[in-house]
Ligand binder design. Structure first.
Ligand SMILES: NC(=O)C1=CN([C@@H]2O[C@H](COP(=O)(O)OP(=O)(O)OC[C@H]3O[C@@H](n4cnc5c(N)ncnc54)[C@H](OP(=O)(O)O)[C@@H]3O)[C@@H](O)[C@H]2O)C=CC1
Ligand SMILES: O=C(O)C1=NCCCC1
Length: 346
């Protein structure tokens, strides 16, 4: 069974097929001043997150995109400038636009360089990343390449051993091809929980597990509102997550020319939500490495992991969710759909 453009599966949700959701989101972006290219790129990204059940960066983010565009904080018409700086290095000035169109513009040159030199780096600056990171790396693995990406965000995480926030939630995403299966992909915030999930929990009135954040007095709290209203998040895994978050600041900001998480300032842009930071991607062509076929070796690793009792690989939940959404459509609650339609002017 294929989902019709809109299909009620139960009374609590309305289901849209992927293309219908992309169209609706595209219309919202266009209505709020982006170019057609930017609208398409962001709509595909956001609909893919919603389809895969990555709710903290799916349609939940649309009001944030809209208020950010309305405030003038981001240029929705920006045309990224791609600079071919060295045999293994590409730079993009995103022109104060979103990061995904900048990646799309640089992608052909990046892949060409990775295939010829074996490795290539892409440094995106002057950009806004407001999305999940896995859509940026997964397509490289689909083409047989290994990809690693980092992006920093806005100050809301207390470095391990400190008493005030400085780092962003600073995610790291990795993708590698695998013979006979979906690529191996993980994508994780270096904070104990993504900021978006704290916002969702606050909205639903849910408490968080212990160890995610502190209140405005620096005391541990499981109340998401206390974290959002003057409190802060903690890194995952104590000093280890904190070190990774520091690495993300260095690679995504210092190396690209983007802002550190503590440098963003949207005070003159009421309603703005996205940080103005940087993104780094490293792409490797494993066929240039010595030894056996990389994708076969990936598959062997996965086989051994299953052999010791592993039931779930990173990415498995998303792929299951994707398969379900491809059949049933993407479930949205009626209020969310009504809000999206209103933003689209429908
Ligand atoms: N743009 C930005 O500045 C920021 C974006 N983000 C985004 O927020 C999103 C959510 O991040 P986060 O909350 O840390 O992600 P999660 O903790 O939900 O998941 C992290 C990774 O671990 C995998 N995973 C989760 N549980 C298990 C398990 N039991 N066994 C094996 N693998 C598992 C997930 O796979 P699966 O997906 O299949 O569950 C995923 O790849 C990310 O997409 C990230 O890019 C976060 C911070 C800032
Ligand atoms: O969920 C998060 O954490 C973030 N997502 C988008 C950008 C800011 C941080």
């Amino acid at each position: 069974m294929t989902a019709s453009p809109e299909m009620a599966v139960n009374s609590n949700t309305q289901n849209l097929d992927f293309d219908a959701l992309v169209q609706l989101l595209e219309q919202i972006f266009l209505r709020h001043g982006t170019s057609a290219d930017v609208a398409r790129t962001l709509a595909l990204n956001c609909a893919s997150a919603e389809r895969d059940g990555a709710h903290s960066h799916g349609v939940f983010r649309i009001p944030g995109y809209v208020s950010t565009l309305q405030s003038g904080w981001v240029n929705g018409q920006a045309v990224p400038v791609v600079e071919d700086v060295a045999s293994g290095f590409v730079r993009v000035d995103a022109g104060n636009g979103f990061a995904q169109p900048a990646l799309a513009a640089a992608r052909p040159l990046l892949v060409e360089k990775a295939r010829s030199a074996g490795i290539a780096v892409l440094a995106i600056r002057n950009s806004h990343h407001f999305a999940a990171l896995w859509p940026d790396v997964e397509p490289f693995a689909d083409e047989g390449l290994v990809a690693l990406s980092v992006v920093n965000s806005m100050t809301c995480v207390v470095p391990h051993g400190a008493d005030r926030p400085l780092f962003g939630t600073n995610p790291i995403a990795f993708a590698a091809p695998r013979a006979g299966g979906a690529p191996i992909v993980f994508d994780l915030a270096t904070s104990a929980i993504a900021h978006g999930d704290v916002q969702i929990a606050a909205r639903k009135g849910e408490r968080l597990p212990a160890g995610m954040g502190v209140d405005s007095l620096g005391q541990p709290t499981q109340d998401p509102k206390a974290i959002l209203e003057g409190g802060a998040l903690l890194p995952f895994g104590g000093h280890k997550g904190s070190a990774l978050s520091m690495m993300v600041e260095l690679l995504a900001a210092a190396l690209t020319g983007g802002n550190f998480s503590f440098e963003f300032d949207w005070s003159n842009h009421p309603g703005a939500k996205t940080p103005w930071t940087g993104q780094l991607l490293i792409v490797i062509d494993p066929s240039k490495a010595a030894g056996q076929n990389f994708a076969e070796r990936s598959q062997e690793l996965v086989r051994q992991m299953h052999g010791v009792g592993l039931k779930r690989l990173p990415g498995d939940r998303r792929h299951l969710q994707r398969a379900k959404a491809n059949v049933e459509g993407i479930a949205l609650d009626p209020q969310t759909l009504a809000n999206l339609r209103e933003l689209a002017g429908l």
